[in-house]
Structures are given as C-alpha cells and as structure tokens.
Write a protein that binds this ligand. Structure first.
Ligand code: SIN
Ligand code: FE2
Length: 192
C-alpha cells in the first residue's frame, strides 16, 4: 500500500475524450455553487449511477442530475474498463466505480486543496484521468498543512491514490493557456 499517488503515464486511450462529449450533450457542464456561495471555476458533469453535486445545501452524491431531474448518463463500458485496469495497475484489484465526476478546466480554472470524502467506501481508491491541456496536480498528505508534491499531468495520464493515501489533500494549479481550449479530468469513485 502506498502513501503516494501512483502515476500511470499515457494510460488512457483517446476514445475516452469522444465519450466525454456524448455525456456532456445529455448532461451539460455547469459551474456548481459551493456551500459557501462561491461559483466553482471548474465546470462539472457526471456519468454513472451516482454523480457528485454541490450547492448551498452542501456536497453530496445524487442519482439524478439536479438540472434535469433525470439520471446521469450511463457510465460507458470503456470508462469502467479503464478505471478497473488503472486501479489494478496501482495494486487495487477489483475496483468497480459507481460514480464518475467529469471536470472541465478552461485556462485560469483551478481546484483548491481538498479531500475526497463524500464517498461511503474509503477502502476503494480514486482513479483520476487527465485529458486535453496539461496541468500541475498537487498531492499532499493527511493534513492541509502537509507539504505538497507537484505532479505534471499530460493528456492520457492517470493518477491513482488509495489505501492510507485515500484521504490525502490534493488540488490542481491554475490552468495555463495552451493549444486546446480545455483540460478534462475524470475521477472514478466508489461513492455508494
Ligand atoms: C479532483 O480532485 O476532483 C480533480 C483532480 C484533477 O482535476 O486532476
Ligand atoms: Fe478530489
């Protein structure tokens, strides 16, 4: 078991990005509001049985898209396979996610240091897939004050963290402008 995030360079196939477009056509990207009333700089959508949502009432997982009242788009088979194979490559066998949060970063968007702690099952890892523009991922420790490691992420890179590192703080530096409009990030979780 690792106290680090495991980087799997160029692990994700290109077709994943096409599937993201299809999901966004059914459940459009939106800027959610934090419980404190701030609009997040990252635009989000979800696929799978459960989707992560934030509003004035708090953070939680929901089986329906609050914008439409309909279930989130199904998780494509290729997503399930990718998440399962990435987790296995990082020594977390038999990972079957029930949630996939899709983040879209335009230049300047960032994600402050946070823990992924809205899931029921912390025995399962987080599998994080990066597509499009590069980004600098920050991976810290169990306390917000712990030093952070900077990990440069490129299109197709996958990061996995779990076990004793499952609740470690992490975030993303403000995205630089580049040759494409966006960075997309998929995080697969066992939420329910
Ligand atoms: C997240 O922590 O949910 C997103 C991480 C990333 O965009 O790389
Ligand atoms: Fe996170």
């Amino acid at each position: 078991m690792r106290l680090e995030a495991v980087l799997l360079p160029a692990f994700a196939p290109d077709e994943i990005l096409e599937a993201v477009e299809a999901i966004a056509a059914a459940a459009p990207f939106r800027h959610m509001i934090t419980p404190g009333g701030f609009r997040m700089s990252v635009a989000m959508t979800n696929c799978g049985p459960l989707g992560w949502v934030s509003d004035r009432k708090g953070y939680r997982y929901s089986p329906v898209d609050p914008e439409t009242g309909r279930p989130w788009p199904a998780m494509p088979e290729a997503f399930l396979r990718l998440a399962n194979e990435a987790a296995a490559a990082a020594n977390f066998p038999a990972f079957v996610p029930d949630a996939c949060l899709i983040n879209r970063y335009a230049s300047g968007a960032k994600m402050s240091l946070h823990q992924d702690k809205d899931e029921k099952d912390f025995s399962q890892p987080i599998v994080s897939v990066s597509l499009g523009l590069p980004a600098v991922f920050l991976f810290g420790g169990p306390s917000r004050k712990d030093p952070v490691k900077r990990i440069a992420l490129e299109h197709g890179d996958v990061v996995v963290w779990g076990g004793p590192a499952r609740l470690f703080y992490h975030g993303v530096m403000p995205l630089k402008e580049g040759a494409r409009p966006y960075r997309f990030n998929l995080t697969f979780r066992r939420a329910g």
